[in-house]
Design a protein around this ligand. Structure first.
Ligand code: PEP
Length: 250
């Protein structure tokens, strides 16, 4: 299984900056296509710039793109929402769900994330479900219980052909420069893998990404762990060279 290297651009940049970033990614990749032997590259720009990213990737299917959230609803009077069908229409292959920033600032619950994941799967896209404990939960030794509860609450029942990605993102490591040690990350990923056994029929085919201040300096050690199948990268995904240097570590 190739590692999935996913960039979460969050609410950063402008139209011009998004165009320049995707152009730089394509340009660097076309000069070093060997990166793609071991890594699948995913970028998740602000939804408004999906069309620009799609345009830039036309004829370059090696990089896929996705969204950072989706509506709970299919269509209708939900001002500001964007449905799974619209994201599919825009060419998305993946949708990030339940990022800790959405849980924190938009009050998203595991039950919401489950409904969203079902909408995403119904459109033949892949949900990337984010889980992870806060610093105080880790200090209290509750990280496994927290993550187990999130997985149980957010993962929908999968049909045999459906695909799912889990991103383990310890909240204390997101955007802080603090990273889980490769050993701590691997311990949690292996725990997640074993929890998946009772939740999905093919736990070994679910990719489990690590996210939380992944950068070129620590990517190799993290991605070298047995149960770390890729990375969800925030800050370092906004610079093509840093992002692709992480992909190269795969
Ligand atoms: C993220 O927000 O998904 C993330 C991992 O951010 P950062 O890499 O900046 O910690």
């Amino acid at each position: 299984m190739k590692k999935l290297i996913a960039g979460n651009w969050k609410m950063n940049g402008s139209k011009d900056e998004s165009r320049a970033l995707i152009a730089a990614i394509v340009n660097e990749l076309s000069q070093d296509e060997a990166i793609l032997d071991n890594a699948e590259i995913l970028v998740c720009p602000p939804v408004l710039y999906l069309g620009d990213v799609r345009h830039a990737l036309h004829g370059y299917p090696s990089v896929v793109f996705g969204a950072q959230d989706v509506s709970l609803y299919d269509n209708g009077a939900y001002t500001g929402d964007i449905s799974a069908k619209m994201l599919k229409d825009a060419g998305c292959s993946y949708v990030i769900l339940g990022h800790s920033e959405r849980r924190q600032y938009h009050g998203e619950s595991d039950a919401d994330i489950k409904v969203k994941a079902e909408k995403v799967l119904a459109q033949d896209m892949v949900p990337v479900i984010c889980v992870g404990e806060t610093e105080s939960e880790r200090d209290a030794g509750e990280q496994e219980a927290v993550v187990a509860k999130q997985l149980k609450g957010a993962i929908p029942e999968l049909k045999p052909h459906e695909n799912l990605v889990i991103a383990y993102e310890p909240v204390w490591a997101i955007g802080t420069g603090k990273t889980a040690s490769p050993q701590d990350a691997e311990a949690m990923h292996s725990f997640i893998r074993s929890e998946l056994k009772s939740l999905v029929s093919a736990p070994n085919s679910v990719r489990i990404l690590y996210g939380g201040s992944m950068k070129p300096e620590n990517a190799k050690d993290l991605l070298g762990q047995e149960n770390i199948d890729g990375g969800l990268i925030g800050g370092a995904s906004l610079k093509a060279d840093a992002f692709l240097s992480i992909a190269k570590s795969a």
